[in-house]
Design a protein around this ligand. Structure first.
Ligand SMILES: *[C@@H]1O[C@H](CO)[C@@H](O)[C@H](O)[C@H]1NC(C)=O
Ligand SMILES: *[C@@H]1O[C@H](CO)[C@@H](O)[C@H](O)[C@H]1NC(C)=O
Ligand SMILES: *[C@@H]1O[C@H](CO)[C@@H](O)[C@H](O)[C@H]1NC(C)=O
Length: 173
């Protein structure tokens, strides 16, 4: 991949980051709300395997990179039916359309205590960039906030370090 391509991609691409946390638990102030609506759906995903084009509802659009054992780098797009029961042939009540990708290179040897979901555009020519903390699980249940990113150092395209200053404005724990 050429450097000019990488440079362009970095300024235009949306920045999606999932932080699996190993932070110490903060004191639990149980302000947790109960849900205003709950429902259960079954999502049926049939991966395209060259011979099942008629029935496939998802397909890989990149191949794994080979630098890990966890499909690292594979991007899958899907248009999956959602049903009220487990039967794949039941009438769909909704569809889930989107993509997922494999972004775990190694397994962490840390206790799982939740996730923080960050999303936004990383305008890399600006000194600091705010991206949204759109949610979380576990210790970060339903949180929202802002992460301010600052490029701490770079070494060409080979390495960069970001400083993330995370400010949560809604905390239930
Ligand atoms: C692809 O999927 C279809 C439907 O599940 C299955 O019958 C077929 O054996 C699969 N082909 C390969 C190459 O895995
Ligand atoms: C597609 O699904 C139908 C219904 O389950 C099945 O009869 C058919 O064999 C499937 N075709 C392929 C190519 O998997
Ligand atoms: C992945 O690699 C296989 C085998 O080299 C190739 O047939 C396939 O087209 C590749 N798929 C993508 C999405 O690049």
């Amino acid at each position: 991949m050429s450097k000019s391509f990488i440079g362009k991609a970095c300024t235009s691409v949306f920045f999606i980051l999932l932080i699996q946390s190993a932070f110490a638990r903060s004191s639990k102030l149980s302000k947790q709300k109960s849900p205003c609506k709950t429902f259960t759906l079954y999502l049926h995903d049939t991966l395209f395997n060259v011979t099942n084009a008629a029935n496939a509802t998802s397909t890989a659009i990149t191949n794994a990179t080979g630098i890990s054992n966890f499909q690292f780098g594979t991007l899958i797009v899907f248009d999956d039916p959602l049903t009220l029961d487990q039967h794949i042939l039941s009438s769909p009540v909704a569809r889930a359309q989107g993509f997922f990708f494999y972004d775990m290179k190694t397994r962490y040897m840390l206790d799982y205590q939740g996730t923080l979901n960050l999303m936004g555009a990383d305008l890399m020519d600006q000194k600091t960039r705010d991206i949204s903390v759109v949610g979380g699980t576990g210790d970060f249940f339903m949180t929202r906030g802002i992460a301010t990113l600052r490029t701490d150092t770079t070494q060409g395209f080979a390495y960069f370090r970001l400083k993330l200053n995370i400010k949560l404005y809604e905390c239930y724990y």
